[in-house]
Design a protein around this ligand. Structure first.
Ligand SMILES: NC(=O)c1ccc[n+]([C@@H]2O[C@H](COP(=O)([O-])OP(=O)(O)OC[C@H]3O[C@@H](n4cnc5c(N)ncnc54)[C@H](OP(=O)(O)O)[C@@H]3O)[C@@H](O)[C@H]2O)c1
Length: 288
């Protein structure tokens, strides 16, 4: 698939395959692993809509195989995928995509090879943020040899739920948290999560979680790079679900455009823009 690179100049044609395998990610250190996230949205900025059964999902008219290819490339580069507990509740009810595989379709076999060539384990580990521990763990994750690390505020741990997840093969890690004036919950301090992951040798953390988790990651200043695919169609919907779910951020988090690619048409339908934004290193962002 050929794209048009719009930024940085000069504009030129380039191939979609390999685009996000090659894009340089920030240098990670043990103290500061790189955290990146990725969303696909409509032109009116919607990342999810309610389906006819009343469940939220990525809009079918927005998701597409070319964006999925880039999602997979970003996953191939990760030591760990980060997700929220709600995803596993949705998955158990059949309302979510598969349990976080990298490249289990033949078209993505090159990505498994790419990982192998770099000495990475076949699949990235899985990091779960949760306030509730109220979700079942998909057995496939442990069967694939992946570590599953679940972070929860210590004060919110329920022994019975913790023991169930541990029996399933996960590690449950309790962190200190403080009641948050801006939130009704003891929201996990994700800076601590990232720090703990760095101590364990994780360098690249790919957040595939939704708008609540992104809000939390941004609020704590730990997102380095945001990839946003914008499908060029307006879709509307009763309830607006954009990139962020949560109260207004105390200070805006500024980003710079690092790259922008244009695909004129997706399988005969509306085209899309693939943007990469890097968090500005100084100024209006919370620092780590
Ligand atoms: N278009 C896209 O690219 C895109 C990407 C991702 C998701 N989505 C859509 O967005 C919707 C919501 O996604 P989602 O539910 O997977 O994502 P989410 O909004 O990130 O998940 C929220 C859950 O994550 C846990 N969590 C997040 N941050 C936490 C923190 N700081 N402390 C403690 N727990 C934390 C909580 O789990 P517990 O409830 O277990 O406490 C919370 O309920 C879905 O419809 C999904 O399809 C769209």
């Amino acid at each position: 698939m050929t794209l048009l690179r719009l930024y940085p100049p000069p504009a030129q044609a380039c191939s979609l395959e390999g685009l996000y395998l090659d894009t340089p990610l920030a240098h990670a250190t043990p103290d500061a692993p790189v955290v990146y996230s990725n969303f696909v949205t409509s032109l009116d900025g919607r990342v999810a809509v309610e389906n006819h059964e009343g469940h939220d999902e990525v809009p079918a008219s927005v998701a597409n195989r070319h964006d999925w290819r880039l999602y997979q490339e970003l996953a191939a580069r990760a030591d760990a995928l980060l997700i929220g507990g709600r995803y596993f509740r949705q998955l158990a009810k059949g309302h979510a995509q598969a349990a976080l595989p990298v490249a289990d379709e033949p078209a993505f076999g090159d990505l498994l090879e790419w990982r192998r060539d770099r000495g990475s384990r076949p699949q990235p580990d899985v990091v779960v943020l949760s306030n509730t521990l109220d979700f079942p763990l998909p057995g496939s994750l442990i069967e694939q040899g992946r570590r599953v690390l679940i972070f929860v505020a210590r004060s919110l741990i329920t022994a019975e739920r913790r023991d169930r997840l541990v029996a399933q093969g996960a590690e449950v890690i309790g962190l200190d948290s403080e009641p948050d004036a801006a939130s009704v919950t003891h929201e996990l301090d994700v800076r601590q999560v990232v720090r703990r992951l760095g101590e364990r040798g994780y360098r690249r953390i790919y957040s595939v979680a939704g708008p609540y988790s992104l809000h939390s990651l941004l609020r704590h200043g730990v997102v380095d790079t945001l990839f946003v695919t914008q499908r060029l169609s307006l879709i509307g919907g009763e309830r607006y679900q954009g990139l962020l779910e949560g109260p207004s951020l105390a200070s805006p988090v500024g980003f710079s455009l690092a790259s922008l690619y244009y695909q004129e048409a997706v399988d005969g339908g509306a085209g899309q823009l693939f943007a990469r934004y890097d968090r500005r290193s100084c100024g209006d962002a919370t620092s780590r």
